[in-house]
Design a protein around this ligand. Structure first.
Ligand code: ADP
Length: 597
């Protein structure tokens, strides 16, 4: 993306604040005029004082009048300048804040509309996406800020000063104009020389903070393996790299800054020599005051050039981040598709026919999968890890589209369904459910924002979590994140009760929970299953044998199907899993123990 592309993309976000832009521009012009006042006053003052000294009729009264006039003008100008600068910065900053808010809102709306596949491609992992958004918003709103608070005022003032120099004397104006490209050239060389340096420092910063984060996250592993010294050493290396780099960048920056100051001084000396020469030869319109006048104006001309390098760096950053950021805003092809079909009621009959599916990273997860999920029945998906069970659930919830084959709900292709309407009627309970930071009540109500407190209580009771919630000091207002894994799982199930969907997908809802929690969750799940279409994925044989229908998957293919008893009798993978499960539980010994008690 080039600078014009960047501005073109930014304009729609600045357009709503036209009046702010207009006011800022007017204020900028006024403050640029103010910046030239010192030069004009000094010019007049020097000439007036000079004339007074040489006049035979010198009186202190005349001198006092001149000094009072100078003081009044200069102080008055400072007051006006202070007000104008304040307003200019205030409005500029206001625009920065508003544009930054609008950019953030736009990107959040956009991301919420994307299909799941978007979040699964390499470039869009959570961390990367977050930093693309953060840095994009920051550097784009900085661009707005830079433009209105730095670039526009500085350059307006420089152009005005140059125009005044030309107006006073064409030769002096020409000399000033010729020196400017030299500064640009030095800045260009500096930018080329230091190219990437800033970015490397930025990346090193990220690496260092990521390193600290890693230490904090794995502190127990580090300690239990006694790896403190190794971790410390790794950090030292990172820090050393960053320090060396920062030093080298600082060195280069100060060298170039020195060079630029030197060039600026040469410019000033040239202006002094030329103006002094013109005064000496008595060139029309030139006086001693004009020497000061031109020197001061020249310092206004060179002021933005001192900032040029920083502005250049910021712009370069903005160009890089803008690409990633606007890439998100313009990714129309990533927006989730939706059909129009929106029936009054949903039966819950799902069917997959010859479905092939490959994830965006190229992993083919399903091969010619066909299965039928009967309404009001419980269907279990069984198979080893990675067999494709969760992928089936992802496809049935329309998170992804299959490459080939068809998926229907109540006889209509999923693509015909209104996506939101369909999901309104599907409940999803995962192995690890997302519990938001907030109260238990808020987390349960997420299933139905219109629900009353009584509905929330009822849902908690159905999910067998009510008594435990009531034992907490703050009851339903307690932080949900402080609950144990098993309790959080039941909060998620309560959320499902309150949503009350006719179709429910349970993806390993009791994995990694202890036996008591598993039993309690089984009770809540048994309660929620009543009269609904349920698809359950589980490694827990106890949950699978309750199913009406079973599909066994192996490497993305359905290898067996039928009732649990039928499939067991067929032998094969399901029998292997079932027997291994019974052996691992030591079922014989358990039976003996139960009998003997
Ligand atoms: P299961 O639920 O049976 O354990 P999954 O459906 O999760 O299996 O995975 C099936 C295959 O798809 C596996 O090979 C897995 O590595 C792959 N897979 C799952 N999720 C993704 C994803 N988001 N991106 C890429 N590949 C995936």
């Amino acid at each position: 993306m080039n600078i014009w592309g960047l501005l073109r993309n930014l304009i729609p976000y600045v357009r709503p604040y036209r009046w702010l832009v207009a006011v800022t521009i007017v204020l900028t012009f006024v403050s640029s005029l103010m910046a030239q006042v010192n030069a004009v006053v000094l010019d007049r003052a020097v000439d007036a004082i000079n004339a007074l000294i040489q006049a035979p009729s010198f009186t202190w009264g005349q001198a006092a009048r001149i000094l009072i006039a100078i003081s009044a003008i200069l102080l008055g100008k400072e007051v006006v300048s202070a007000v104008v600068t304040f307003l200019q910065r205030y409005f500029g900053e206001r625009m920065h804040i508003l544009v930054s808010r609008d950019l953030s809102l736009a990107v959040v709306d956009r991301i919420l509309s994307f299909r799941m596949a978007f979040f699964n491609t390499g470039d869009n992992e959570t961390g990367r996406l977050q930093s693309r958004i953060d840095r994009g918003v920051m550097s784009l709103s900085n661009t707005v800020d830079n433009f209105f608070i730095e670039i526009l005022p500085l350059f307006t003032s420089a152009i005005l000063a140059l125009a005044l120099m030309f107006a006073a004397n064409v030769y002096v104006g020409l000399v000033a104009l010729c020196i400017v490209p030299l500064y640009f050239y030095v800045t260009y060389i500096q930018a080329r020389y230091m190219k990437g340096g800033r970015r490397q420092v930025f990346e090193n910063h990220q690496r260092v903070s990521q390193g600290i984060l890693n230490i904090l996250e794995s502190i127990s592993v580090i300690k239990s393996f006694n790896r403190e010294a190794i971790e410390g050493e790794r950090q030292r290396h990172l820090q050393q790299d960053m320090t060396d780099q920062q030093m080298s960048i600082r060195r280069q920056r100060y060298l170039f800054n020195g060079l630029k100051t030197f060039l600026e001084q040469i410019g000033t000396v040239l202006i002094i020599i030329l103006t002094a020469y013109l005064v000496l030869i008595d060139y029309p319109g030139m006086s001693i005051g004009k020497i000061m006048y031109h020197v001061m104006l020249f310092s206004n001309v060179s002021a933005p050039i001192r900032q040029l390098h920083r502005i250049y760096d910021d712009m370069n950053d903005a160009l890089i981040y803008a690409e990633g950021f606007f890439g998100i805003l313009k990714a129309d092809h990533e927006v989730e598709e939706s059909g129009k079909y929106k029936p009054e009621s949903i039966q819950g009959e799902l069917e997959m026919r010859d479905v092939d599916f490959t994830y965006p990273n190229g992993t083919q997860a399903l091969h010619k999968v066909s299965l039928q999920i009967r309404p009001g029945k419980i269907t279990a998906l069984v198979g080893l890890s990675g067999a494709g069970k969760s992928t089936i659930v992802n496809l049935l919830d329309k998170f992804y589209q299959p490459q080939s084959g068809s998926i229907t709900l109540d006889g209509h292709e999923l693509s015909e369904w209104d996506t939101q309407w369909m999901r309104e009627h599907i409940g999803l309970v995962l192995q690890k459910n997302h519990i938001f930071s907030g109260s238990i009540e808020e987390n349960i109500r997420y299933g139905n924002p219109q629900a009353t407190h009584e509905d929330v209580v009822l849902a908690a009771k159905k999910a067998y979590i009510y008594d435990q919630i009531m034992q907490l000091p703050d009851g339903f207002q307690s932080q949900a994140l402080q609950l144990s894994g098993g309790q959080q799982q039941r909060v998620a199930i309560a959320r499902m009760f309150i949503k009350n969907p006719p179709i429910i997908f349970l993806d390993e809802p009791t994995a990694s929970l202890d036996a008591i929690a598993t039993e309690q969750i089984k009770a809540s799940i048994d309660a929620i299953k009543q009269g609904r279409t349920v698809i359950i994925i589980s490694h827990n044989i106890g949950q699978i044998i309750d199913a009406d229908q079973l599909y066994v998957l192996e490497q993305g293919r359905v290898v067996q199907s039928g009732t649990p008893e039928e499939v067991y009798r067929q032998g094969g993978l399901y029998k292997e899993i079932f027997d291994a499960s019974a052996r691992s539980m030591n079922a014989d010994k358990i039976a003996e123990t139960l009998q003997s008690s």
